[in-house]
Design a protein around this ligand. Sequence first.
Ligand SMILES: [Zn+2]
Length: 266
Amino acid sequence: MEFIDSHAHLNDPAFDSDRQEVIEQCLKADVKRIAEIACEIEEWQPAIELSRKYKGIIFPVCGIHPDYAATLNEKSLNDLEQYLLNPEVKALGEIGLDYNEYDDQPKDREVQKQAFAALLKLAAKVNLPVILHCRKSRDPQDFSAYEDMFSILKNAVYTGGIMHCFSGREQDAFKALDMGFKLGINGIIGYKKNDDLRQIVKKVGLKYIHLETDCPYLPPQSKRGQRNSPAYIPEIAQTIAEVTGETLSKTADLTTQNTIELYRLK
Ligand SMILES: [Zn+2]
């Protein structure tokens, strides 16, 4: 069995004291490859350096997370293009919309939308898939982040990708599939309150799922309150296997195949 973590942040300071050990634990847990997602300008070069240090295990993905949308300008867009032309970089991401705001920290949705559209254009130009970040506002009834994302995608040319940390409604899941995306599913699938997500994963099936951790955030159920790690991918896969009624080894095989295809890994 072999797993891939399609979305990790191993350069996060949370791993500074034991990064090497964590990567060894991943290999022991059969998590053989890991996408290191660089969310802002300062993270691009370190992601490439990490992937060179762990060649064949870690591969870099570079983008501008919507929380950094205001850092997108002509120069950063040009710089990002140069990074993406490096064949070591396997996708553009994470990019998208984040409407989760605290009262004291309003977010400029127009700036996010414009940055997202510009980054999609760049992905098409360099012919790379995109890793999408779509986060709702705190109002449980408000799904405008998904609606706005789909309307921007409708007017864009893109080569597919992952809707990372999927947490929309069933209709959003099937819309994403229709538009050529698959769903990134992480530890939240095992959280008690997430019956809806389990139902969606069951309906969607393994062909449309990528395993991810989003570590150091969002640890799976048995590790709540702790730092997350790509080594916990098998626990997420086990939950998905139970939800879909498939075996763990079939869950590993199909999701690994999905991720190899998407990132065009060898
Ligand atoms: Zn992430």
